[in-house]
Design a protein around this ligand. Structure first.
Ligand code: PHE
Ligand code: FE
Length: 290
């Protein structure tokens, strides 16, 4: 994620100055490849009818159904031809400026490690399943590919404007946890949802969370949770519209306005919201009670 704090500020031993490492595909064990295959089988069965067309097309054209953890070199070759993006390996979280520089230059940084077999359902740090299965299919879509590259440049700008908190929320509520209106219903496209067995059902079917029409300023004011299902999802009308409105809006004056306003608590509905579902918030209440 773009707005987390990082313990290290120089690359660890073995990493290049841009923090990339060799994926070293040969080092994965049979058990690690099997973990990928288990996760892949479960998610790819669940997603038709739930994930956006663009996501499902990406999964298909990138041949992610090939057994085993994908080889980034091979994946990058396919992706490069489609949208000019590559996938590069990093040891874990990288500093914000490094993250944005890669992104602005169409390099998607992906974690190298895979979760343990006892962590199939939930893991807070992004592993190769989240990063590759969750994010990379959307990068095969030309419009989304442009959005993420523009986001990288927006990140470099936000660093200078001391506004990463606001821009990070845009990433969270689109790239990680976004919903889209498609045909007669809602579909998921956010990587944190499509890579999660439980949240890919919860985000669409559960009466608990709010589902609110996407609005840049609203999203940038809204807190989020990193430890459990979201209490709000924001719904875009189309990827074209997401790209258009984010590229055409100058964020600098918006950041200045937002700095004068209060943040919106995770579950609140506020005046002006385009509410598609007013959530019961039952799930979050249950969890809080323990
Ligand atoms: N328009 C944004 C700015 O002025 C840049 C941006 C574009 C950010 C697309 C995110 C996505 O900073
Ligand atoms: Fe992610």
């Amino acid at each position: 994620m773009a707005d987390e704090s990082h313990a290290l500020d120089t690359p660890p031993a073995g990493a290049a100055t841009d923090w990339t490492i060799d994926q070293d595909w040969q080092h994965y064990t049979a058990e690690e490849h099997a973990t990928w295959d288990t996760l892949f089988a479960r998610q790819s069965q669940l997603l038709p009818g739930r994930a956006s067309e663009a996501y499902l097309r990406g999964l298909d054209v990138l041949k992610l159904s090939k057994p085993g953890i994908p080889d980034f070199a091979e994946l990058s070759e396919r992706l490069m031809k489609l949208t000019g993006w590559q996938v590069v390996a990093v040891p874990g979280l990288v500093p914000d400026d490094v993250f944005f520089d890669h992104m602005a230059n169409r390099r998607f940084v992906a974690g190298n490690f895979i979760r343990r077999p006892d962590q199939l359902d939930y893991l807070q740090e992004p592993d190769v399943f989240h990063d590759v299965f969750g994010h990379v299919p959307m990068l095969a879509d030309p419009v989304f590919a442009d959005y993420l590259a523009a986001y990288g440049r927006g990140g470099q700008r936000a660093l200078g404007l001391d506004a990463l908190k606001y821009l990070g929320r845009l990433y969270w509520y689109t790239v990680e946890f976004g919903l889209i209106r498609e045909g007669d219903g809602l579909k998921i496209y956010g990587s944190g949802i499509v890579s999660s067995y439980t949240e890919s059902q919860f985000a669409l079917d559960d009466p608990s969370p709010n589902r609110i029409g996407f609005d840049i300023a609203r999203v940038m004011r809204t807190d989020y949770r990193i430890d459990d299902f979201q209490q709000n999802y924001f719904v875009i009308p189309s990827f074209d519209e997401l790209l258009r409105v984010t590229v055409e809006t100058d964020f600098a004056p918006l950041y200045e306005q937002l700095k004068l306003q209060d943040d919106i608590p995770v579950a609140a509905i506020v005046a002006g919201d385009d509410v598609m579902t007013q959530g019961t918030q039952r799930y979050a209440r249950m969890k809080a009670r323990g």
